[in-house]
Ligand binder design. Structure first.
Ligand code: RIB
Ligand code: CA
Length: 311
């Protein structure tokens, strides 16, 4: 059986991904990192989400409080000061485990022979773990990333937040040799939950009701920031290949992460020439990642709402 670790920075869409993953996958732990808020907040939020959803058995290991190099840039503009503003979850009585995120990932790679990392945050923990144990990559089945984009960014015109927050870490992950799946903004930002789904959560029971206030905050911020009428479920998309592979189409592409560009630092440059101008220059032989290009958005949102409404 495949085991999963979710490396996350809850974060509203992380919260939904955690609930969906725990319903469908053998999640052996969460590792937390800075990103949508401070490491203290993302770790607290992770514990509150797991306990609020009845998954108290899943441990949380806290990780990096900032990027490998450079300044820490948080996503508080979208997720609020706490990283999960609007939530009405009871405060968990649990603490994160003693082991840090990198050691938790390394130990899990020895204990589980089929281990997938769902990376839905800045990839600093993975980069640290790979540096701490250079043999780690050989023991990971796959890394499924929510990050990057084949087109536009969100943190900047070129860069998606998870990559932009720590580009050097992303380079280490993409160059690690572990099979990579990448679902980026070109797919994840095009759909999400709308007020219609939110009204069902407000009227529902279980964790969906507890998270409804948070997701209303998240939707309202999406509307005020991007003039969007949907709240993207970015991070849930990284789970879909293991829940229903039919729902997101991936294509083998060559991807590089830009670290030096004045205007493009944090960009994932995906070589689409093979699909635009036909084979030859860039085709599947040159690929280093499976990159998402389309999704069955209706099926994914229906699954999200169904899982959130489960008691
Ligand atoms: O750009 C979207 C990503 O940044 C998501 O993982 C979201 O949670 C934020 O971390
Ligand atoms: Ca995230």
């Amino acid at each position: 059986m495949t085991s999963f670790i979710i490396d996350c920075d809850p974060g509203h869409d992380d919260a939904v991904a955690i609930v969906v993953a725990a319903h469908h996958l053998n999640v052996i732990g969460l590792t937390t990192v800075f990103g949508n808020s401070s490491i203290e907040n993302t770790t607290r939020n992770a514990l509150d989400i797991l306990d609020g959803a009845g998954f108290e058995h899943i441990p949380v290991a806290a990780g990096a409080s900032g990027p490998l190099i450079g300044q820490t840039k948080t996503g508080e503009a979208i997720h609020g000061k706490s990283g999960l503003d609007g939530a009405t979850l009871p405060t968990s009585t649990r603490q994160a485990i003693e082991q840090d995120a990198a050691d938790f990932i390394i130990q899990a790679s020895h204990e589980h022979d089929d281990l997938v990392i769902i990376a839905v945050a800045p990839e600093t923990n993975l980069a640290i773990a790979m540096k701490r144990d250079p043999t780690l990559a050989s023991r990971l089945t796959e890394i499924s990333i929510m990050g990057g984009s084949t087109s536009h960014g969100n943190a900047t015109a070129a860069a998606e937040y998870n990559i932009y927050a720590d580009p050097e870490a992303a380079v280490r992950v993409f160059e690690s040799g572990v099979p990579i799946r990448m679902v980026g903004l070109n797919v994840t930002s095009t759909f999400g939950i709308t007020q219609t789904e939110l009204d069902k959560l407000h009227a529902g029971t279980g964790i969906g009701r507890e998270l409804a206030g948070a997701l209303q905050f998240y939707l309202d911020r999406q509307t005020s920031t991007y003039e969007r009428s949907h709240a993207p479920m970015h991070d849930t998309c990284a789970l879909i290949p293991y829940i229903n592979p039919e729902w997101i189409e991936y294509q083998p592409l060559h991807v590089v992460v830009e670290c030096m560009g004045t205007h493009t630092r944090g960009m994932t440059l995906c070589d689409l020439r093979g699909s635009v101008v036909g084979g030859g220059i860039a085709n599947s032989e040159n690929s280093n990642a499976q990159v998402a290009i389309s999704a069955n958005t209706t099926a994914i949102i229906e699954q999200v709402v169904s899982d959130l409404l489960q008691d």
